[in-house]
Design a protein around this ligand. Structure first.
Ligand code: PBG
Length: 329
């Protein structure tokens, strides 16, 4: 039967120009954030096996890497430290002369306009691999962890970090960090809270890269339970009350519904972190010829924007920047 009238959505899909005219969501290179894993030493570029194309870099090599990213139009990096020295309380993470403060100084000296986000957590710096300090019975003690995080935040801000991003999931850490930053003379430095961070299997490759797998137990006592979304809104609201300037949802693709709800409920910029395991899935499928990496990744990134992310942390940042440039957008 022939349709005489009525809606024919295909009319607006007929040509590339028509599709562009009615496109609802865009991805811009400035909305992409590239993570960097900093290691001690000089001239170190160490591939991460489970994250093809991503390397652990010494500070000098990270400058080389950033130069290339800058050329592609990327303007924001997220720093992680992979230190030599680890102990029970993560001292190397709060040392004002530690790896990350050194990296921040070197990066900001060479690229003053680059936005440097410093991830703030203890798990890369503790010998037990947990995100906080442990009790005798091996439990992560919330309130004893807070001053350590605050010290780290001040050390990173003093080194020149533009944004502090706590990823530990301790209760009350945003308030503690905000107060420490304000008292330290860093009232202008925003906090990007990993507000909604799930206890996810998708962090596996990151833990290889950062050597931060818990020696005993797991992170389910402090990271969120995957089935929960009401709790995500609660976490987001608490972090806002405590002074967070921006919120993050992590991982991204398995949690697009959560991302959307956080975006609707909260009147601040919301970031999504497309994590190591998500990257590894794309890479593995692409390497097998099972997926067209470019199309699959760009589809995933636009879906993360469509769900509500203002910006996206992704190991595909450089690839996506290149693809966007090729597309002429
Ligand atoms: C540290 C931290 C993790 C990630 C970011 N910050 C790992 C974890 O919680 O175990 C994961 C990022 C990724 O998988 O790409 N707390």
């Amino acid at each position: 039967m022939e349709m005489m009238h009525g809606s024919r959505p295909r009319r607006l899909r007929r040509t590339p120009a028509l599709r562009a005219l009615v496109r609802e969501t865009y991805l811009h290179v400035t909305q992409l954030v590239a993570p960097l894993f900093i290691v001690p030493g000089i001239n170190v570029r160490r591939p991460i096996v489970s994250m093809p194309g991503v390397e652990n870099l010494s500070i000098d090599q990270s400058l080389v890497q950033i130069e290339a990213w800058w050329e592609l139009g990327l303007r924001t990096v997220l720093l992680f430290g992979v230190p030599e020295h680890k102990d029970a309380v993560g001292s190397s993470g709060t040392d004002p002369e530690g790896l990350i403060p050194q990296a921040i100084r070197a990066i900001k000296a060479k690229f003053p306009d680059l936005i440097v986000i410093a991830d703030l957590c203890l798990c890369e710096y503790t010998d037990h691999g947990h995100c906080g300090v442990l009790s005798d019975t091996g439990e992560v003690i919330n309130d004893a962890t807070l001053p350590i995080l605050a010290a780290g935040a001040v050390a990173y801000a003093a080194a020149g970090a533009d944004i502090i991003a706590p990823s530990d999931m301790m209760d009350g850490r945003v308030a503690t960090i905000r107060e420490a930053l304000d008292l330290g003379g860093f009232a202008d430095i925003p906090i990007l809270a990993y507000a909604v961070k799930y206890a996810s299997a998708f962090y596996g490759p990151f833990r290889d890269a950062a050597g931060s797998t818990p020696q005993l137990g797991d992170r389910r006592g402090y990271q969120m339970d995957p089935p929960n979304v009401r709790e995500a809104i609660k976490e987001a609201m608490l972090d806002l009350d405590e002074g967070a300037d921006m919120l993050m949802v992590k991982p991204a693709l398995p949690y697009l519904d959560v991302l959307h709800q956080v975006k609707v409920a909260c009147d601040v910029p919301v970031a999504a972190y497309c994590v190591s395991g998500e990257y590894a899935m794309f890479k593995a499928a692409a390497q097998n010829g099972w997926l067209d990496e470019r199309r699959a990744v760009m589809e995933a990134l636009i879906s993360i924007r469509r769900a509500g992310a203002d910006f996206i942390i992704t190991y595909h940042a450089a690839d996506a920047a290149r693809w966007l440039a090729e597309d002429g957008r």
